[in-house]
Structure formats: structure tokens, C-alpha cells
Design a protein around this ligand. Structure first.
Ligand SMILES: [Zn+2]
Length: 62
């Protein structure tokens, strides 16, 4: 089952919806912002209440 989680771009502040599923917990991935095209680092984690939370950060590794 997909969860829709609203996130905010760490570069331009645009908000959009990320789709995550339980299998994504504890995974990391990079997705380009739909607005400014910068690479956003997503970290999906368990929110401790049976749901999922998504943290976003700039991709500072590169
Ligand atoms: Zn952006």
C-alpha cells in the first residue's frame, strides 16, 4: 500500500508528494526536484507508529 507523504524541497521550498511503501523503510534514494531539478536525498524511515516518514536533505555527498 502506497503512502502519500508531502515533502518540501530543501533547495527551493516547493512542496510535492512523495509516494512510499512499507518496503521502502530505511531506504535512501535520490530524486530530482520537480521544480528546480536539484537532487534531493530522501530517507524513508518508520515513524514508530506503524506509518512511514520521509526526511529530505540536500545531496551534499557530491
Ligand atoms: Zn526544488
Amino acid at each position: 500500500m502506497l503512502d502519500e507523504i508531502e515533502i518540501e524541497c530543501p533547495y527551493c521550498g516547493a512542496t510535492f508528494t512523495a509516494l512510499v511503501e512499507p518496503d521502502d523503510a530505511d531506504s535512501d534514494y535520490i530524486q530530482d526536484c520537480e521544480v528546480c531539478c536539484n537532487p534531493i536525498h530522501f530517507h524513508v524511515r518508520d515513524d514508530g507508529g506503524g506509518g512511514l516518514a520521509v526526511e529530505v536533505a540536500r545531496d551534499d555527498d557530491s
